[in-house]
Design a binder for this molecule. Structure first.
Ligand code: PSU
Ligand code: MN
Length: 311
């Protein structure tokens, strides 16, 4: 079995059953421009610590799967060009060819599970593309097959959110609203679509993750956290920018994995940077909440271990 390069602090935390939160790298290479991408990635790491956990940013560096990057590596990734966006199908290619590549939600979930990390924070997951019901992000399928809890702000309304929820249901993925009744819509706090359950605290999320583990469930869990109200983009403004950007992508023949980065960049231009402000705000917030969830999970599992030992 191929070994992962697990950074020292992360390795120690995992060995001692202390909380760790995974962070993805595609948002560094494809989601945000330089230098916002480095600053946001480092702020997310700090936010995970504030939440009480150790951050592990995941990427492939020179063909090696890395769990935990140095600040220099994050900086290099942030400036690198033509980096492969690594979902499930791409991981073996990147490793075999000795590439430096960024992991998507799906790619990061796979590596997290290999490393024993159970909580992962990001901005938004991929979904079903509007008007293209067969362009279903591998993120949704991965959520159905890999036991990692993904803390995010839902998905952009560039995607067909009702169909995205349908696929998650088919894949057996619980969708949890963190202090909300509806699936967040990335820049906007609500998509208007109901979640499966609403929770108020990190402990409640941890309890669900723990139950899934004890039931031997092999699927992931989605936790939707809305952007802070002060940083929210007006839903109509967001919607219009997204529709225009999506139409332009279509007109320019942008397809497949290039769609998400294209639309994100264009929406930022169209909203005069406001979409990016919302984006960084919820990325950092999600990282902190994921840190708290991972901490609550560690506390609760360590208690369990003690009880098991007593009996
Ligand atoms: N959504 C964003 N920003 C991103 C992504 C999604 O707002 O950077 C990235 C994530 O890494 C996600 C991936 O896993 O895009 C989904 O790509 P696709 O739709 O090609 O599966
Ligand atoms: Mn796609």
């Amino acid at each position: 079995m191929l070994t992962l390069r697990i950074e020292g602090e992360v390795r120690a935390a995992l060995e001692e059953n202390r909380p760790v939160v995974a962070l993805e790298s595609t948002l560094i290479t494809h989601g945000l421009p330089y230098p916002d991408n480095v600053n946001t990635a480092l702020s997310m790491e700090q936010a995970v610590r504030t939440g009480g956990a150790t951050p592990a940013t995941i990427a492939v560096i020179n063909g090696e799967i890395c769990v935990g990057l140095s600040a220099l590596e994050i900086e290099q990734l942030a400036q690198a060009e033509n980096v492969r966006k690594c979902s499930r199908r791409d991981l073996a290619i990147a490793v075999a060819r000795g590439e430096t590549a960024a992991t998507t939600v799906a790619g990061t979930m796979i590596v997290s599970a290999m490393a024993g990390i159970r909580v992962f924070a990001t901005g938004g997951i991929g979904g079903v593309h509007r008007g293209h019901p067969f362009d279903v992000s591998a993120d949704l399928i991965e959520l159905g097959r890999t036991p990692v809890a993904v803390v995010c702000s839902g998905a952009k309304s560039i995607l067909d959110l009702p169909l995205t929820l349908e696929v998650l249901e088919t894949q057996g993925v619980p969708v949890i609203g963190y202090q909300t009744d509806t699936l967040p819509a990335f820049y906007a706090r609500s998509s208007g679509l109901a979640v499966d359950v609403r929770v108020e605290t990190p402990e409640e999320v941890a309890a669900i993750i723990k139950s899934a583990g004890r039931l031997g469930m092999t699927h992931g869990i989605l936790i939707g956290v809305p952007v802070h109200a002060a940083d929210e983009l007006d839903a109509t403004v967001a919607e219009q920018a997204i529709v225009q950007a999506t139409n332009e992508a279509e007109a320019q023949g942008v397809t497949g994995k290039r769609v998400t980065p294209f639309v994100l960049a264009r929406v930022a231009e169209l909203t005069g940077g406001k979409s990016r402000q919302a984006n960084t705000s919820f990325l950092v917030n999600n990282a902190q909440i994921a840190g708290k969830i991972a901490s609550a999970l560690a506390v609760s599992e360590n208690e369990l271990e003690e009880i098991d030992r007593d009996v």
